[in-house]
Ligand binder design. Structure first.
Ligand SMILES: *Cc1c(COP(=O)(O)O)cnc(C)c1O
Length: 240
């Protein structure tokens, strides 16, 4: 067993708890999604043994492979009380419409809905599978043109549209901060996401399930927590 991974996870959990304490939020209000895109299979199994059950991948092909591998691992260890019975996968990266079906098969939540056409495709696939699918709307709060996500000014309209799709449940927003050492810019981005989130919630176009803000990665999660994140997506802080 890798002490390193256990130690890093402990440090991360302590740091998350400290950030929550600074702003008077309960620790349980923040969910850690462990991003496994760079992790070898043994490390993924190790974090699962350590109790992490919310896992994220950013590419469908890899999601499929890793999820199958982990399913086999969980099945082999079904009688082992030290290993969780199930894990949940989050699709956090840009999703192409021709990959939606596979994404739905393996993921519990799609964080990266960034166009109406993608939302419609997910809704249609979900209908044919007889499912209801939880999704987040990805908003581009940094204004960087190379980033995925709908522009801030279009977020309300997009949320209204997605809310009308019967097989989708819009449960919140996702955003990514700019890649910069400038903490003020990072904070401004997360604060903007929070504002839009509150505006959408106040408009009542979305249901009571609209309560998640997926933001914060290895470099910026303490700021994200301070600005109201409910889901953190963290990879390199654990697997570097
Ligand atoms: C890789 C990735 C993360 C995790 O980033 P780290 O810096 O490794 O913590 C979070 N969100 C998305 C969309 C990613 O692709």
């Amino acid at each position: 067993m890798s002490r390193v991974l256990a130690d890093r996870l402990k440090q991360l959990q302590d740091s998350i708890a400290a950030a929550c304490a600074r702003v008077g939020r309960p620790e349980k209000s923040v969910q850690l999604i462990v991003v496994t895109k760079t992790a070898p299979p043994e490390d993924i199994k190790e974090v699962i043994r350590l109790g992490c059950t919310e896992l994220g991948e950013n590419r469908v092909q890899r999601l499929r492979q890793v999820a199958e591998d982990i399913n086999a691992f969980l099945a082999e260890n079904a009688e082992n009380p030290d290993i969780p019975k199930e894990v949940h996968w989050h699709m956090i990266g840009h999703l192409q419409r021709n990959k939606v079906k596979a994404a739905l098969k393996y993921s519990r939540l799609i964080h990266s809905v960034d166009t109406l056409r993608l939302a419609e495709e997910i809704n249609s696939c979900a209908y044919h599978l007889g499912q209801h699918v939880d999704v987040l709307l990805q908003v581009n709060c940094s204004g960087e043109p190379q980033k995925y996500g709908v522009p801030v000014g279009a977020a309300m309209y997009m949320a209204e549209q997605i809310a009308t799709m019967p097989n989708l449940r819009l449960i919140g927003l996702m955003t990514m901060a700019p890649l910069t050492m400038d903490k003020d810019r990072v904070r401004a981005c997360f604060a903007r996401a929070r504002e839009i989130f509150e505006e959408i919630r106040a408009e009542k176009v979305v249901g009571s399930k609209f309560k998640h803000l997926s933001m914060g990665m290895s470099q910026d999660y303490p700021i994200a927590i301070e600005e109201g994140a409910t889901m953190l997506r963290i990879g390199s802080a654990l697997f570097a």
